[in-house]
Write a protein that binds this ligand. Structure first.
Ligand code: ADP
Ligand code: FBP
Ligand code: MG
Length: 319
């Protein structure tokens, strides 16, 4: 393989730039050219390409977002659009493609692979919800952003004896809520994977007040319900004034953590190796600290499992 392409797709995640850099540098190390595709699959279809030399990916390892921009392009589900994208790549002499994104992005990559164009997937999403890997690029950074934000909210909550509901991202996955809740010492955590028990949340709140706690923090993943709605429900039940903070897209930005950058380097390099070994239709991941690869299909045909032992533990530590 003498020329490959790379794109980012779906929700962006801090560390995607570090992955792009790793893909380009590793490929150039093997004298392989790399074409950057702008705007995800939309750019693939439109031929929005640029040759990336080693200098073009300098000074991005520390930057959030993605230099190649991201897009949601539902039309890519159509066979004729996929065939056109393959033609575009072949016209440029491109022989393999690295995609960085989540389950939707992987579906597109599998379709191209099934049509004879080898693709490799790298998990990039703050939600950490790609099956087959313990961590995705961006999760660690987003988690640290959330914890830092909660710590700040806690300062003011303590000073005024306030109770806060904090809404975090996670449409279908509770990983951010779970890990942040444990790291920030939240009283209660609500995640999409577990039915919530309002009575239990109220009991924990009232117990805290009774023993003189100066603040209470309740974390809710957006996939469960919106933070304002939860605050209203709790106010009705307890009579306690509850403030809400919706962290929003701040969670998706910022400079990637060292852990995300290191993972980005390892994922990017392994993805290039897989293409050079002619192993399309694979996804890279991390398991027990080792970089692994597996069938791309596994990433969207199975369901991501959040580590629910953390849920039990958080209940035990926030009695
Ligand atoms: N079934 C599919 N077939 C082909 N392409 C798809 C499919 N599902 C999603 N895609 C492409 O992947 C893009 C990103 O998917 P999306 O679900 O939005 O994000 P993520 O990859 O983060 O899960 C979509 O906008 C579309 O271009
Ligand atoms: O920016 P948008 O389009 O509102 O998307 C918000 C969603 O994107 C995410 O940040 C990441 O999701 P994906 O990686 O699957 O795209 C979710 O946590 C959130 O629900
Ligand atoms: Mg997704």
């Amino acid at each position: 393989m003498k020329k490959i392409a790379v794109l980012t797709s779906g929700g962006d995640a801090p560390g995607m730039n570090a992955v792009i850099r790793a893909v380009v540098r590793k490929a150039r190390f093997h004298n392989v050219d790399v074409v950057g595709v702008y705007h995800g699959y939309e750019g693939l279809y439109n031929g929005n390409f640029e040759l990336l030399d080693i200098g073009s990916v300098g000074d991005i390892i520390q930057r959030g977002g993605t230099k190649l921009y991201s897009a949601r392009f539902p039309e890519f589900k159509q066979d004729n659009i996929q065939y056109r994208a393959i033609e575009r790549m072949k016209e440029e002499g491109i022989e393999g493609l690295v995609v960085i994104g989540g389950d939707g992005t992987y579906r597109g990559a599998m379709q191209l692979t099934d049509k004879g164009f080898p693709c490799v997937g790298i998990p990039g999403t703050i939600d950490n919800d790609v099956p087959g890997t313990e961590y995705t690029i961006g999760f660690d950074t987003a988690l640290n952003t959330v914890v830092e934000s909660i710590d700040k909210i806690r300062d003011t909550a303590t000073s005024h004896e306030n109770t806060f509901v904090i809404e975090v991202m996670g449409r279908d996955a509770g990983d951010i809520a779970l890990w942040a809740g444990l790291a920030a010492g939240a009283e209660s955590i609500l995640i999409p994977e577990e039915a919530y028990d309002l009575d239990d949340i109220v009991t924990r709140l009232e117990r805290g007040v009774a023993r003189g706690k100066r603040h209470s923090i309740i974390i809710v993943a957006e996939g469960v319900m919106n933070g304002h709605k939860l605050a209203n429900l709790l106010e009705e039940r307890t009579g306690i004034k509850i403030r809400t903070s919706v962290l929003g897209h701040i969670q998706r930005g910022g400079s990637p953590s060292a852990r995300d950058r290191v993972l980005a380097g390892r994922f990017g390099a392994r993805a290039v190796e897989l293409l050079l070994e002619n192993k399309g239709g694979r996804a890279v991941g991390v398991k027990n600290h080792a970089i692994i690869d597996y069938d791309l299909r596994k990433a969207f045909e199975t369901k991501h499992q959040a580590d629910l032992s953390l849920y039990t533990l958080s209940k035990e530590l926030s009695i």
